[in-house]
Write a protein that binds this ligand. Structure first.
Ligand code: HEM
Length: 380
């Protein structure tokens, strides 16, 4: 019989870092890990010192910049172009469609059988939502999801090294697909987000194909796995604290604070990256120019210097100054959408079922980027 090593809970490591080495360079050539709330907040806020252009690949190999990995003025221009589509009023208009999608997925879940919640709901829901924004037809949805998985699972390599052949192949295929879509839109305008972007005119003319492709890729990278992580985190909390499930059934108005607390407690975007543009002192630690910094968002969100009883899940925590959606100029563009999807997912689950139980709870480790790749659960 093979023995599997016990899963390591990243939150133990985060606590150790916050208390013993809040700004730590764990090996000589490695990045600096920043674990306290105040320091993570400062890194995210000060975009002049902590640049989002983290890649060290030659500029000509990086492709068009995306807003997530750029600094002003490039960042400002890219963000302004698309922000209108992400305004709360625009996103609210999608609520009915998202709810219909969620109900369709949840109604296919059998009671009393072990199913994978990632496959059944947590992964397809965000993919469907983004796909719809980009005008992907229902029939292309499965392929679209495969590309997004292949590209996202190699995000570290995309950022810091050479992408794997699988990721490159997926990116090529996806580019080809969207180039065709863009050409079709130019012939017959469309009202979805990609359609509107194709039409958008800026001071320097229309967005070119590369810029449009780069935006499609960004939405996939930033919006999929993270929202999947939010839904799996909610299920894990329902398993660990069944009283939260009862509370939501009795009072669905707790949905928004439940989602906020889930974002804090099991932050799906657990860490991000920055590079110093100058020598800087952060909480008395000297960091030279050009160093890679990893603000540990999931750790900041459990810091007892800011949160009372940070390891207790409090369904109506208020205030809740978590950093799960970032802070400053890169604050999550999809925040309203993510919150809406999270709220709808828990609402539909608590309406349809009496209980949810994880069948392998120890394997469902939270606190890493995204969340578990599968989550076996039984609904009753
Ligand atoms: C629970 C789900 C989500 C979480 C936890 C999350 C978290 C974050 C965080 C922490 C950042 C800032 C990263 C940094 O400063 O380096 C960010 C940025 C971003 N997010 Fe989200 N996100 C989620 C869902 C979404 C969705 C659904 C979309 C869009 C469909 C989206 C689009 C973006 C974009 C475009 C950015 C870059 C913004 C900029 O650079 O100005 N996110 N997100």
């Amino acid at each position: 019989m093979t023995e599997t090593a016990p899963a390591i809970n990243p939150y133990d490591g985060y606590r150790f870092l916050r208390d013993a080495q809040p700004i730590a360079k764990l090996d000589e050539n490695g990045p600096w890990q920043v674990s306290r709330h105040s320091d993570v907040h400062q890194v995210l806020r000060d975009h002049q010192t902590f640049s989002s252009v983290v890649s060290t690949r030659p500029v000509e190999d990086r492709g068009e910049p995306t807003m997530l990995f750029s600094d002003p003025p490039v960042h400002q221009r890219l963000r302004k172009l698309v922000s209108v589509a992400f305004k709360p009023s625009h996103i609210e208009r999608q609520a009915e469609r998202i709810e219909a999608r969620a109900r369709q997925l949840v109604s296919a879940i059998p009671k009393g059988e072990t199913i994978d919640l990632v496959n059944a709901l947590a992964a397809p829901l965000p993919v469907m939502v983004i796909a719809e924004m980009l005008g992907v037809e229902d029939g292309d949805m499965a392929t679209f999801k495969q590309w997004s998985d292949a590209i996202f699972s190699n995000i570290g390599e995309i950022l810091f090294g050479t992408p794997s052949p699988e990721a490159e192949q997926a990116a090529l295929e996806m580019n080809q697909y969207f180039l065709e879509q863009i050409a079709n839109i130019r012939r017959a305008p469309q009202s979805h987000l990609l359609g509107r972007l194709v039409e958008t005119t800026t001071d320097d003319g229309h967005l070119n194909d590369e810029e449009l492709l780069s935006f499609c890729r960004l939405l996939l990278i930033a919006g999929n796995e993270t929202t999947t992580g939010l839904i799996t985190a909610s299920a894990k909390i329902f398993h660990e604290l069944p009283q939260t499930f009862d509370a939501l059934q009795a009072n669905p108005n707790l949905g928004p604070t439940f989602v906020e607390e889930t974002l804090r407690y099991y932050s799906p975007f657990s860490a991000t990256a920055r590079r110093t543009t100058r020598d800087v002192t952060l909480s008395d630690v000297h960091i030279p120019k050009g160093e890679l910094i990893i603000p540990l968002i999931a750790s900041a969100n459990r810091d007892d210097r800011v949160f009372d009883q940070p390891d207790v899940f409090c369904i109506d925590r208020d205030p809740n100054p978590h950093l799960a959606l970032g802070f400053g100029i890169h604050f999550c563009l999809g925040a309203h959408l993510a919150r809406l999807e999270g709220k709808i997912a828990v609402q539909v689950l608590t309406e349809q079922f009496k209980r949810i139980r994880l069948t392998e709870p120890e394997a469902a480790v939270m606190g890493g980027l995204g969340g578990p790749k599968s989550l076996p659960v039984v609904f009753t």
